[in-house]
Ligand binder design. Structure first.
Ligand code: ZN
Length: 191
């Protein structure tokens, strides 16, 4: 089977989701290709110079091959048989803008729906950079410790009448990398 680059199929048989997916693909094509190209061009040399956990190698492989023939493909067809089109498979890595853009927008929409009609505060909690290596090899327990410590701190301080005297509610998201690819472990809170 010959696979083609994803594109807007058009026609009466294209669903709204198909249109959204393909429009987004066209709009951010340059940025997506750049990220994939960075991994394809530089990751091998970077991995030789740095000791990296296996999950990083796996993620780099998937992102480097996102929507290419290496990951295989699938066929989308109209149930009425009017049209059919082949697409390369996505890598589904959470930092891949090429295939996670729609999932990101949907996540943001769900979080927006949870916000209350009041002022919110944006807080960032991070760990000393000296602990970055420890984090890389112990991600789950380190993340659990960080989330727990921040939750206890917020509840204790904001529950104190000297500061707020109330029980806070908050949304938290863990960030482990910057957009410029530098490593940083921190939790972003909206409370
Ligand atoms: Zn991808």
């Amino acid at each position: 089977m010959t696979l083609h680059e994803p594109g807007y199929a058009g026609g009466a048989s294209a669903t709204r989701l198909d249109v959204v997916l393909n429009v987004r693909s066209c709009v951010s094509e340059d940025m997506e290709r750049t990220l994939r190209a960075i991994f394809q061009t530089h990751f091998e040399a970077y991995a030789r110079a740095h000791r990296l956990p296996a999950y990083v190698h796996r993620a780099a492989y998937w992102i480097s091959h996102c929507r290419t023939a290496a990951l295989g493909g699938h066929l989308r067809r109209c149930p009425e048989g009017h049209s059919a089109r082949a697409f390369y498979n996505s890598c589904h890595q959470r930092i891949c803008p090429q295939c996670q853009g729609l999932a990101t927008e949907r996540w943001l929409e769900r979080q927006r729906a949870r916000l209350l009609w009041c002022a919110h505060h944006h807080l960032i909690f991070t760990i000393p950079h000296e602990l970055n290596a420890l984090w890389c090899w112990n991600r789950a327990p380190m993340a659990k410790l960080l989330f727990g410590a921040v939750r206890e701190t917020l509840v204790e301080l904001l529950g104190d009448p000297r500061y707020l005297g109330a029980q806070p509610a908050f949304l938290a998201a863990l960030h482990t990398c910057r957009r410029n690819a530098g490593c940083i472990m921190h939790i972003t809170y909206i409370s």
